[in-house]
Design a protein around this ligand. Structure first.
Ligand code: HEM
Length: 175
């Protein structure tokens, strides 16, 4: 089989992985902590717009990682072995399973952040909302954005762990 095709798939896979890791580490460890330097109204507006773009960016990376990962497995003739117990128990197989489990958790946090938490953080109250309503919504929003921060932190750390597992995988496996 033409090794160039494998190199192209692997390069795309590494590129999607690098973009995902870099984007989430930058967003969570560098940008978000500094958002309180700008006035709350502007921070909320930036958070809303940037949040949408970042969600799309994350989904493109996660789907790209999975598709190119499988294409690499296919080019290496390993796609049949992925669910084979003997393969999974090998040093290489364990590294792959660690990455697949992490990838699956990143899909869950991505879905929770995009479709459950974000719509509840960006709340538009009616003009005639009562003080009680505003207070209870504010409490809720604070909780939802706290869970968003926890998941964003998880995404950053888990993606770095997947990257390390990948290098072990490419160099023979975990042990
Ligand atoms: C569905 C999940 C995934 C699959 C099926 C998959 C599959 C693969 C395969 C088959 C390789 C080639 C390893 C070799 O050289 O034999 C690879 C390499 C790699 N994977 Fe994944 N992967 C997945 C998820 C991830 C994730 C979540 C990351 C990081 C965020 C990642 C980062 C990498 C990197 C950086 C390499 C290159 C390692 C190197 O050559 O040093 N992968 N992946």
């Amino acid at each position: 089989m033409d090794p160039l095709i494998l190199k192209v798939f692997l390069s795309l896979h590494v590129a999607f992985a690098a973009l995902f890791v870099g984007g989430n580490v930058f967003m969570d460890f560098l940008l978000s902590p500094r958002l309180d330097l700008i006035p709350p109204g502007q921070a909320a507006r930036l958070g809303e717009k940037l949040g949408n773009d970042f969600a799309i960016f994350n989904w493109i990376c996660l789907i790209g990682i999975m598709v190119t990962g499988w294409l690499v497995l296919w080019r290496k003739g390993m796609h049949h072995s992925v669910f084979d117990i003997d393969f999974i128990q090998t040093s290489y197989g364990v590294a792959l399973v660690i990455k697949e489990i992490i990838w699956t958790t990143l899909i869950f946090t991505g879905a929770a952040m995009t479709f459950y938490l974000r719509p509840r953080v960006i709340v538009k109250l009616p003009y005639d909302a009562s003080r009680e309503e505003i207070e209870s919504k504010r409490e809720e929003t604070m909780n939802y954005s706290k869970y968003m921060r926890w998941m964003a932190r998880y995404n950053g750390v888990a993606a770095v762990v997947a990257l390390l597992a990948a290098v072990f995988m490419a160099n023979g496996g975990i042990w």
